[in-house]
Each structure stands twice: as C-alpha cells, then as structure tokens.
Design a binder for this molecule. Structure first.
Ligand SMILES: Nc1ncnc2c1ncn2[C@@H]1O[C@H](COP(=O)(O)OP(=O)(O)OP(=O)(O)O)[C@@H](O)[C@H]1O
Length: 638
C-alpha cells in the first residue's frame, strides 16, 4: 500500500512492489489529518512491465463517467505509438532557447516518464504551451489592430523592453509642467518614473494600452491627472472613467482643489463631471462641450462611453478600477476616434501605404488597478497591456497598527473601548460589515443597517452615518460628505468603501466578521485609513478561531504586493481576484499560476520573438493552425 499527500507531482507514483495503489489527498485540520479524497487503482497484470515497470513513475488517470483508468491507459498508449515525430508547431529555436522538450517527447514524458525529472520537464512543456498560445493570441490580435508596420514594430519593441523609455520633465507639455509645479507635494520617485513612462507612450503614434498598478494610497490618481494634463496641453481631450458616482465626485473635487493651486489662470483646463445623476439639461450641455472641444476633461461613470457622448479629440481615456468594467466597456473608448496629425505625418513618412494620409486614432488607454496583483497574474489577465507599477508610498505615512481580535463578548468590549478612546482623541472611525441586513441563513454575521441603532446608542454624543451599495447615489454622496466634514464621527459601511474612498483624517477602521474577506481585500479596506497625519489603527474582528491564523499575516505586513502573493498561494487566483475579475482569467488545465509564473514569462518572451520574426505568422503555418484551434476568436479578428 502506498500513501502520500497529493501534490501536482503525486499524480505520478513510483510503482511499488505490491499491486494496489491508493492515492490520498489529506487536509491538515488543527493537529490531525483528514482524508478528503482517495482513489484505488488496482494493477491487474503485475507482469505487464511495458506499462508499469518497477521503479518508474506511474500515471494515475481519473476514472470518470465509466471510463476506467486501465482503458484510458491503453488508449493513450496506442495514441502515443501513432504520434508522428514531427508533431511540434513551435519553432525549434524557441524550444532550444528555453530548454523545452519537443512536443512528442513531452507527451511521452507525461504518460510514460522514465523518472520524475522527465515527468517534470514534460509538465513544463505542456504548461508552456498553455501560456504561449494565450500570449501569442493576444499579441497577434493587438498587432492586427494597428495600421502601419512602424506601429507594429514599435509595439513589439515596447513589449520587449518594457522599462526602457521615459520622457524627462523638460519635454512634458507646458500644462503638465505647471500642474506638477502647483502640486502641494513632490512626486515620489516611482510616481515620477510612472508618469515619465506614460508620457513617452502618449507622445507616440501608437495607442497606449497600459495598466498602472500600485499599493493602496500610493498616489495613482495624481499620476493619471498628470497624464490627462499632458494631452490637454497638446490640444486634445481626456476622459476619466470610474466605477461609482462616489468616486467620480471625489476625483472631480480633488482635481478642482489641485487646479485652484495653479497660479496661471489662463491655462486652467475646463473640467466637467458626468454621471447617471447629472440633471439632463446639464448633461446635454456637457455633451455639447465635449463635442465642440470646449470641455477638455470629463470625469464620470460609464456614462462617458455612451453612444450619445461624442468627443472632438479624445486622446486619453483613464479607466480607474478597471477590473470593475468589462472588456467590452473598456473597449468602447476605442470607437471614439480622433484625428491625429502627428500620427498622420509619421505614417506618411514611414508607411508603405501612401493612402494613409489622414489618421484617425483610437485614444490611449490608461487602466488603473488599486488591487496589487502579482506580476504573473497581471500577465495572464492583461497580457495585452504594458505594466507600470508604483512601488513606493508618499513620504511621512505613519504605518497603520493592525490588531486581530477574536469576536467574542470580551473582544467586542475591548474594541468598543478602543473606539471610544479614538473618538475622544478626535479621530473618526469606519465600521465595516460584510452584509447590509441581518440574514437568517447567516445569523453569525453582523449587518450594517441592523447595527446602526445599537452603535448610535452605545456611542452617545458621537453621531453615526450609514453607507452601503443599496442606497441612492445622492444618499451615498451625502453620507460620505458628512463623514468627511466631521458631521458624523462613525461611518457604518459595507465594502463599498473598499476602493478609492479618500478621507485623510479617518483614523480607525474596525472590520466585523473579517474572516469573510480575502487578505488582499482586507488590505484594500485597511488602506482607507492611515492616509493623513494621525496614527491609524485597523482592528480585524474574527468570529472563527480557525481564521485567526490566515489573517495573522495582515498584522505583520502592510505590503500589498507581498499580501497579494500570499493570497495567491493560500487561496489561488480565483479567490484573490474575486468573482468578477477572475471571470476574465483564462482556464489553464495543467498550469497553476501561483507556482508557474516563470514559465509564463518565458512564454510571453517567446510569443514576442515569434511575432518579431513574422507579424502575420505566415512564416509559421503550423503555429498559425494550432493558434486558430486553441484561440479561434483571435484569428477571426473578434
Ligand atoms: N507624492 C505624494 N506626496 C504626498 N501625498 C501624496 C503624494 N501623492 C499622492 N498623495 C496623496 O495621497 C493620497 C492618496 O492618493 P490617491 O488617492 O491617488 O491614492 P491611490 O493610489 O489612488 O490609492 P487608492 O487606490 O487607495 O485610492 C491622496 O490624499 C493624495 O493627495
């Protein structure tokens, strides 16, 4: 009998002397192991050395839908016999460069490995293929969307040397320079690198498609504003799309404050706010202003991509919290074309297609994500985007103290006392709940609405506000405004405040039932405090003892990238990204993103190399055929 913990490798077992194999998946619970899955595999013909020679790894196939492992083994064996030698569509120089087995050896190696090393190499090759065709498809599709060879070469170059290009401040547009000068702080080094890199892209005749990532509160917004100023300074327009009205109003007010600081009144751009709640007469005027070019920058929700909104010269679209928008929504900016005279000049100089005198270009897209996700995941999800990361925080931030407290009676008493101390010292408190109303199915969960009364009476003399997703947008704005202005001291809220909400003097957060949230999500929530001069606290109340271990990491680290990696390892990509975002994640039958990131990088480089050799893949007909089978939509131009 052979027992072991299941790992990716343990699908292959060394054949022991006896003829019964048991594959077991165990789970460690507290101090004992529990058997969750098992599989009996009887080797009927022990003498059959051709299939399972002693001492060699032995593949275990699942027996599903009446298909017995032995039957599968037999079929696969026969298929392997008939496999042509020349079955590999990937060019040989690529397989050599990255130390990959050829495809035939990989098939043999995964089903009949001589040893575990061979099985590992075979697995690597299969994973490489999963990643490679995905990257190839995405890049191929992007190249297809570009008009001229110079654009295509430029794009491939940019991907090959992602850190290479940046524009010095002297070369920024006048308006961007004035805006920078008027900021009440200096940019951090990585904010400066990020914006210089973005401006480099903005000056090129190729539409940018860039993802700006950074930890909570690192100051992405101001980088995006600067990018808008750069294009406005060159005579074009900018649109800034956010997922909620709350954020739209906040960004609009924030920008207004920054523009107030500018002494040069004559060059202040005209800025408008357009959301679903904008009164129709005003919305009509804003649309008119965008069409004539009188408005240079519009901040708003998805109203900005409505068909009725026409821009006179939209050169950049910033999409904040981009994972909250579908690919199609983001893509709708691509149809808001503008006439680009620079591109037109370049195209006529370099293009072999002289008919391209007038160039109508899709706007540059700068997507922003407040959830730091590991590079591997970013590449798998957004392989078609260049990536800029802000890796430092503005100076002077006082680290947030995080406490993990068990949500029993004494735990609550302790937390209420800490809240009282904070309020008495002049602080403001967010109370975050997993749900709005009490639920009969989940009685252990605290609910924001249900708690309003008891919290109000407990903290007499301090007023409480309520904020959740089911409130009307003007009610939400009002609740946040009151909290910001200090009319309310405690804000009971759901996770609607998770992204973007910036109330710098909020100094304490208490998360109820924090076991219901992921680590990356809690980090994001925690980022709502510690944004001002007061020392801030975050208290995670956990109602189950088993969750305490998982959440402990938040007490120790405040590095969003590290925590996202931990979340990826602990819970896998689906849970880390949440339902909506992970819905865009392709399926990988063999690969596991949490451990196979380096293979993904190699696959990305290989795809670039292949396309550098042949942008339309005509040089590699077998590869093109394989791509059309694996990613049919990209070759159809969908
Ligand atoms: N270089 C800087 N120095 C000092 N303060 C800064 C700097 N950059 C930004 N800030 C301030 O830091 C706060 C957070 O910035 P911002 O809202 O842009 O962060 P963010 O990256 O969008 O974070 P989140 O995703 O959490 O909303 C703001 O109050 C902003 O004014």
């Amino acid at each position: 009998m052979h027992m072991c913990r299941m790992t990716t490798r343990s699908l292959l077992k060394l054949v022991p002397k006896c003829c019964l194999l048991i594959k077991v998946r165990t789970m460690r619970t507290n101090n004992h192991f529990e058997m969750r899955e098992y599989n009996l595999d009887v080797l009927q013909d022990e003498e059959d050395s051709s299939v399972h020679a002693q001492g060699r790894p032995y593949p275990i196939y699942p027996s599903k839908g009446g298909l017995k492992p032995n039957f599968l083994r037999d079929m696969i064996s026969r298929a392997l016999e008939t496999l042509p030698v020349n079955v590999d569509p990937i060019p040989k120089d690529i397989t050599l460069d990255f130390g990959l087995l050829c495809l035939r050896d990989a098939y043999t190696g995964i089903h009949r490995p001589k040893n575990l090393n061979e099985a590992d190499l075979a697995r690597k090759r299969l994973i490489f293929d999963e990643f490679f065709y995905l990257q190839l498809g995405r890049l191929f599709q992007m190249l297809e969307g570009l008009g001229t060879k110079i654009e295509k070469d430029g794009l491939l170059n940019k991907y090959r040397n992602p850190e290479l290009d940046a524009v010095f401040i002297e070369e920024w547009s006048g308006l961007a320079k004035i805006f920078l000068k008027a900021l009440p702080y200096s940019l951090t080094p990585s904010q400066l690198t990020a914006i210089s890199e973005i401006i480099w892209d903005l000056k090129r005749p190729v539409p940018m498609n860039r993802l700006l990532q950074g930890d909570v509160g690192c100051g992405k917004t101001v980088v995006a504003f600067l990018a808008c100023m750069e294009v406005i300074g060159s005579g074009y327009q900018a649109a800034f799309m956010v997922p909620t009205e709350l954020l739209a109003v906040q960004h609009y007010e924030h920008l207004h404050n920054l523009l107030e600081n500018m002494e040069e009144v004559h060059c202040k751009p005209s800025v408008a706010l357009l959301t679903g709640s904008t009164p129709s007469k005003q919305a009509r005027l804003i649309r008119q202003g965008l069409q004539t070019g009188d408005i240079s920058l519009v901040i708003g929700t998805h109203s900005l991509i409505a068909d009725s909104v026409e821009y006179s010269a939209l050169r950049i679209a910033v999409v904040d919290e981009q994972h909250r928008f579908g690919v199609i929504q983001r893509g709708r900016f691509n149809s808001k074309l503008y006439y680009n005279s620079i591109s037109s000049k370049m195209a006529s100089t370099y293009s072999d297609d002289s008919s391209k005198g007038d160039v109508y270009m899709a706007p540059h897209v700068l997507a922003m994500s407040a959830t730091p996700i590991p590079r591997t995941l970013a590449l798998a999800l957004y392989g078609d985007m260049s990536l800029t990361q802000i890796t430092d925080l503005p100076p002077g931030r006082i680290p947030i103290e995080t406490y993990l407290i068990e949500g029993n009676e004494s735990g609550f008493e302790k937390v209420y006392q800490m809240m009282l101390d904070e309020l008495e010292a002049g602080g403001k408190v967010y109370l975050v709940y997993p749900i709005i109303e009490q639920s009969e199915q989940l009685p252990q969960l605290r609910a924001a609405s249900a708690d309003l009364e008891s919290i109000s009476s407990r903290f007499e003399g301090y007023s409480c506000g309520l904020l959740h997703g089911k409130m009307k947008s003007d009610e939400k704005d009002e609740a946040l405004r009151q909290f910001r202005s200090g009319e309310t001291h405690i804000l009971l809220s759901t996770q609607v405040i998770e992204v973007g909400v910036d109330v710098p003097d909020a100094s304490m957060m208490v998360v109820m039932n924090s076991e219901r949230f992921g680590i990356a999500q809690l980090h994001q929530l925690r980022g709502r405090v510690g944004r001002g001069v007061r020392k801030s606290k975050c208290i995670l109340l956990a109602s189950t003892t088993s969750s305490l271990n998982r959440l402990k990491v938040l007490e120790k680290s405040s590095d969003g990238f590290y925590l996202a990696n931990m979340d990826l390892l602990l819970r896998g990509p689906g849970d880390l990204l949440g339902k909506k975002q992970s819905g865009h994640l392709p399926e990988f039958p063999v690969a596991r993103l949490e451990i196979d990131g380096n293979i993904l990088q190699e696959a990305h480089l290989s795809a670039l190399k292949v396309l550098g050799d042949s942008q339309d893949l005509e040089k590699f007909p077998d590869l093109k055929a394989e791509l059309s089978m694996r990613q049919p939509l990209c070759l159809l131009g969908d």
